[in-house]
Design a protein around this ligand. Structure first.
Ligand code: DC
Length: 225
């Protein structure tokens, strides 16, 4: 899997903005693994599968096809059984429940198998929580983006306000904190940097600065590509 780029970190650290742009500029494929867990959570809600039922969730993951396709030029969207679900998977309900779905070992087994398949051809930028530690431990480049809880909450809150959702900042902060706790404390593949990851604190950096830094690291590695 030479040449793959793993970008991990907590919610609101800027992973998806950065990963998407890095992929675009390097001509790599961008895979948002959080969107896969979100799509499964959305499908579970739709199919009346409980987020407490590990076996049923894993079975649902096995039966579901997840794909990333170009919905508009240059923009990849997640398709679940052929349906573009991008607009459903960011809902408050999915956001609230997804870390519970993602904590189940059997669910992760299915998702990791799929994610490895998607990355098998190389030249993929994959973002998530366990990409450098578990999904692609042999990825050539590993980055771990982080930022203070306050800054991450503020970014997420700004996004929601821009979408017309007048949720209080404090509530967003509590939800992110809760999700961080679940993602970091779960038994299987908890959120943590790989020992060989480059850690970037994005609190005081613009997305452009982070993107340029990552591209510089990748381009300066004469063995990479
Ligand atoms: O990055 P995001 O907020 O869209 O991720 C949604 C949830 O999925 C989050 O609670 C963590 C989980 N997740 C995970 O456990 N492993 C991944 N590789 C990606 C996301």
């Amino acid at each position: 899997m030479k040449g793959n780029i793993a970008i991990d970190g907590p919610a609101g650290a800027g992973k998806s903005t950065v990963a998407r742009q890095v992929a675009k500029r390097l001509g790599y494929l961008y895979i948002d693994t959080g969107a896969m867990y979100r799509a499964l959570t959305w499908k579970a809600l739709k199919s009346n599968v409980k987020v407490t039922d590990e076996a049923a969730l894993a079975e649902l993951a096995r039966r579901t096809s997840f794909e990333f396709r170009e919905a508009s030029p240059g923009e990849l969207a997640v398709f679940c059984d052929g349906e573009d679900v991008s607009r459903f998977i960011r809902s408050a309900e999915v956001s609230r429940l997804v870390s519970r779905v993602a904590a189940w070992p059997k669910v992760r087994e299915e998702m990791v198998r799929l994610q490895r398949k998607l990355a098998a051809g190389g030249k993929v930028v994959m973002d998530g929580r366990d990409i450098g530690t578990c999904v692609l431990p042999e990825a050539r480049y590993k980055f771990f983006l982080t930022a203070s809880l306050e800054e991450r909450a503020r970014r997420r809150w700004q996004e929601l306000v821009a979408q017309g959702d007048n949720v209080p900042l404090e509530k967003v902060k509590q939800e992110i904190e809760e999700r961080d706790r679940r993602d970091c404390q779960r038994v299987v593949a908890p959120l943590r940097p790989a020992p060989d990851a480059v850690i970037i604190d994005t609190s005081d950096l613009t997305p452009e600065e982070v993107i340029e830094y990552i591209i510089k690291v990748v381009r300066e590695d004469r063995y990479g590509g």
